[in-house]
Write a protein that binds this ligand. Structure first.
Ligand code: ACM
Length: 544
């Protein structure tokens, strides 16, 4: 049996475990009150499969020998209580359907690492439970992971697997970075060349952009609209919101390669552009024209039809202004719109889509560059260049998701030394992530209330497949999940040694799930990439 203190993320309160307990078996039934259907289905397909438990339905809410799922709306929607009682009863009571689901994730952890397998591995599968009571609720409502599927495409089944990994860590936002210079990954019916042309590239830089190496195999892929519907529905079953990102007005070369008229045709021969095959900040940005707005409105119309999320991410990061400075068309637009300069054009793009989304009942979220030149009303900010953008936005009354690159960019290397594959950025260890604090000290209480939560971001330039993504993401996502969910003390007072002790059990869960995490002692030989250049930065990241 797992000790409750092996739970990750740590719950708010635990009573027990007591020495008594019982074993779930083929006679254990399942009572699912109205509103708990997602958890009912999930328990049968996961725990049912792992231990060969039929979990037969019962309509008797007081049946002994039963898992009971209930809703008690006096609890917060994501809060839950889990009772393991000695008369062979497990009661999971959530404030809403999501709370019940997070309680079921805790139940799975209590059942031991074999609960994370897809079929029984012992002839008499044992799912033992100690009597105990757990009361739990998340610290933040936005607990996210960004996955960049543009730099390297992640096949649909691997995306679904990541949603399962998020759910297992009680994370509830999947920020889906669908478009960038290196690939357009979502089918848009009215603009088919976005994927016919924009979803693949002939070759790919192997390593950091300074590396001399190339992979000459064509790379690409995209999600059909039915694939997207499936991903969104699979996420919804797991109480995860998918926030789509369509990046503009920078990070748009794949779209310009497909439709050259989207670019600044008076300063570059955009017809000669291809989907970008290397990394960095790209000068080929969208032209500030009405035609470009109409094109992207068409894109967003289809995006809104596929993603029910209130928030829609429009990027807004890293938009070099050189082409707009050189472009007579852009300069004429600055005059005509009266926006002053090129930063004003960037704001004009963002404000346009802010109003456009608001008129359709949605809310815009963008990277902290959208603060430059004035933040659009109602817009929320993903604070990535440190805390400063998020602080300024929150103090001005805007909602903020904290994801500072110095702390929670999981593409950054997680150990010093030569063995880390294609090392990028500062060393950010498991402990560093464990001590990350999403709400900077000194924020006024009103501003702090605007911190919706936090997310970890995974940019995949140097991650060519799912296994490389796993290596960068795990084990650090476990620490991040605890930061996002649990009521932890101030960073320096956090019990990192205790977390590492619990991680011993958690590594066994991850391994049962088939996660190619970084081993604590360093990479396996096949996880190294000897001779492939990264861009490690020395020292500790500057305070931000
Ligand atoms: C970003 O990392 N450019 C948001």
């Amino acid at each position: 049996m797992t000790h409750p203190m092996d739970l990750i993320p740590a719950p708010l309160r635990v009573e027990g475990p007591y020495r008594c307990g019982f074993v779930l078996d083929r006679e254990t039934t399942l009572y699912a009150a109205p509103g708990t259907g997602t958890t009912e289905r999930w328990l049968r397909t996961t725990l049912g499969a792992a231990f060969a438990l039929p979990l037969r339905d019962t309509a008797d809410e007081n049946a002994a020998h039963s898992i009971r799922l209930r809703i008690d709306d006096t609890l917060a929607p994501e809060a839950y209580r889990l009772h393991v009682l000695v008369d062979e009863v497990v009661e999971i009571t959530g404030g809403g359907p999501a709370g019940v689901f997070w309680g079921a994730q805790t139940l799975r952890q209590l059942l031991g690492p074999d609960a994370y397998r897809k079929a029984p591995v012992r002839s008499a599968p044992v799912a033992g439970l100690a009597a105990q009571t757990i009361e739990d609720a998340p610290r933040f409502g936005w607990r996210g992971l960004l996955l960049d599927v543009s730099r390297h495409f992640m096949p649909k089944d691997d995306v679904l697997r990541y949603l399962d990994l998020l759910a297992a860590h009680k994370l509830n936002v999947f920020h889906f970075h669908l478009t960038d210079d290196q690939g357009w990954r979502i089918e848009i019916r009215r603009h088919p060349k976005l994927t016919e042309v924009g979803a693949w590239r002939a070759r790919t830089k192997w390593g950091h952009r300074a590396s001399p190496l190339w992979t000459e195999t064509p790379h690409g892929g995209f999600y059909t609209q039915d694939d997207i519907r499936e991903i969104v529905a699979y996420a919804a079953e797991r109480h995860i919101t998918v926030v789509p990102e369509i990046d503009l007005p920078g990070h748009a070369q794949a779209a310009i390669a497909a439709y050259p008229e989207l670019g600044n045709t008076d300063v570059v021969d955009t017809a000669a552009l291809t989907v970008w095959d290397t990394w960095g900040v790209n000068p080929n940005v969208l032209a500030p024209t009405e035609a470009v707005l109409r094109f992207y409105e068409g894109v967003f119309e289809e995006v809104l039809g596929l993603f029910p999320s209130t928030f829609v991410h429009v990027g807004g990061d890293e938009c070099p202004k050189d082409q707009w400075k050189a472009s007579p068309t852009a300069q004429a637009r600055i005059e005509e719109l009266g926006v002053g300069d090129e930063d004003g054009l960037q704001s004009w793009f963002i404000r346009h889509f802010d109003r456009w989304l608001a008129a359709r009942g949605r809310r815009l979220i963008g990277w902290d560059e959208i603060l430059e030149g004035g933040l659009a009303e109602g817009a929320a900010v993903s604070s990535w260049r440190g805390y400063a953008g998020g602080i300024a936005a929150a103090e001005a009354g805007h909602d903020v998701v904290m994801c500072p690159e110095q702390h929670v960019y999981l593409d950054h290397r997680q150990a010093p030394g030569e063995d880390e594959p294609m090392p990028i950025g500062y060393v950010r260890t498991l402990e560093d992530v464990y001590r990350f604090e999403p709400v900077p000290s000194g924020l006024s209480p009103e501003a702090a209330a605007h911190i919706l939560g936090t997310q970890a971001n995974v940019w995949t330039e140097v991650m060519e497949n799912r296994s490389r993504v796993d290596y960068q993401v795990f084990p650090r996502l476990a620490a991040f999940a605890e930061v996002a969910w649990s009521a932890l003390p101030a960073p320096e007072a956090r019990d990192h040694a205790g977390f590492e002790r619990r991680m011993r059990t958690h590594y066994r869960r991850l391994e049962a799930l088939g996660v190619d995490h970084r081993p604590p002692a360093g990479p396996h030989p096949w996880q190294r990439r000897p001779g492939v250049l990264g861009r490690p930065l020395e020292g500790t990241p500057p305070k931000v």
